[in-house]
Design a protein around this ligand. Structure first.
Ligand SMILES: Cc1cc2nc3c(=O)[nH]c(=O)nc-3n(C[C@H](O)[C@H](O)[C@H](O)COP(=O)(O)OP(=O)(O)OC[C@H]3O[C@@H](n4cnc5c(N)ncnc54)[C@H](O)[C@@H]3O)c2cc1C
Length: 281
């Protein structure tokens, strides 16, 4: 149960959704784009989220669909993690999202909600960052496509009233060699201690991380060290960790010392696997 009342809207077009949002703002109300709704329910219950006007995006045509168009795999922001897990057209993404939360939650959580949410792990963004994805953003001026790497800086940078409508991944990225692994402190579900997603493209390793800093990231500086073939995988991992964008997390999920140890080993395993050595997962 949420401890506040709200008005519920289910627009039938993206323009209508933006219009409802703007209308609420004009009335000094707090609008909320609602996708899977799990975060509003979880955080709203404990007073960490609030809405006067809930705008449910799931009625928008195409919002939950996954299909191919020209050279792209198109994933609607309203596609649930379960549907992406089962779709398998982008195996790295399917495998990464299959480790988020539990099956019941994944049936509700959408990819748009995961990458735009307040809960900072946002693990679904990792494969999208390393695959140079495009994001279709809907706003007052219509739909605009932007490279995710340009607009994702700790969080996705949206203007007030904009929402993510769709995500595009070029076909050439879908079936590259990949590595994805999530380590938790304990149990089979839960937030990550460290999650890594990596691919190898044109002989270069690309890697993105969640659980390491208080936001997910891909770092070009770290990738320089990861691709220094003159060094052993452990040494490359050690050097890359020297370029982390923020101090490593030290929290209930794990101490910074333990995280560093796990991170270094996972990076070395990823390098070995992508360079053709089999490692035990
Ligand atoms: C039980 C549970 C376990 C979890 N475990 C993990 C985990 O292991 N790893 C992990 O990464 N995350 C985890 N999460 C976090 C979860 O992925 C996020 O809370 C996510 O936001 C939920 O998606 P949703 O579709 O339900 O979003 P919603 O609740 O609908 O929305 C979440 C936020 O995103 C905004 N939003 C939603 N859709 C859009 C859009 N299309 N454009 C712009 N903004 C939008 C909303 O306005 C809201 O602020 C967990 C959550 C739960 C409830």
């Amino acid at each position: 149960m949420l401890p506040f009342n709200f008005r519920y809207f289910k627009p039938q077009t993206a323009q209508e959704a933006v219009g409802v949002y703007q209308g609420a703002k004009n009335q000094q109300e707090i609008p909320f784009y609602f996708s899977g709704g799990t975060e509003l329910i979880t955080l709203g219950r404990i007073g960490l989220d609030y809405a006067d006007d809930v705008i449910d995006l799931k009625g928008l045509p195409g919002y939950g669909e996954i299909f191919f168009h020209d050279q792209f795999l198109v994933i609607g922001a309203g596609a649930t993690l379960t549907s992406i897990e089962e779709n398998k057209n982008f195996p790295l993404l399917s495998k990464t999202v299959s480790e988020i939360a539990d099956r019941t939650a994944r049936n509700k959580i959408t990819i748009g909600g995961n990458i735009c949410g307040k809960i900072f792990y946002r693990e679904a963004v990792l494969p999208l960052l390393i695959a140079d994805s495009l994001v279709g953003i809907m706003g007052a001026g219509g739909l605009a496509y932007k490279p995710l790497n340009d607009i994702f800086n700790q969080t996705i940078q949206l203007q007030d009233g904009e929402f993510v409508f769709t995500i595009l991944i070029e076909k050439e990225f879908l079936n590259l060699s990949y590595f994805t692994q999530k380590r938790r402190k304990q149990w089979k579900t839960g937030y990550p201690l460290v999650t890594i997603a990596a691919i190898k493209r044109d002989e270069e390793i690309r890697m993105a991380f969640s659980g390491v800093c208080p936001y997910p990231f891909r770092s070009k500086e770290m990738e320089k060290d990861l691709n220094d073939n003159s060094l052993a995988p452990e040494d490359r991992a050690y050097r890359a960790i020297g370029s982390l964008p923020s101090p490593i997390l030290d929290d209930v999920e794990g101490s910074k010392e333990f995280r560093l140890y796990v991170l270094k080993n996972m990076i070395a395993d990823a390098i070995r696997e992508l360079e053709g050595e089999k490692v035990g997962q």
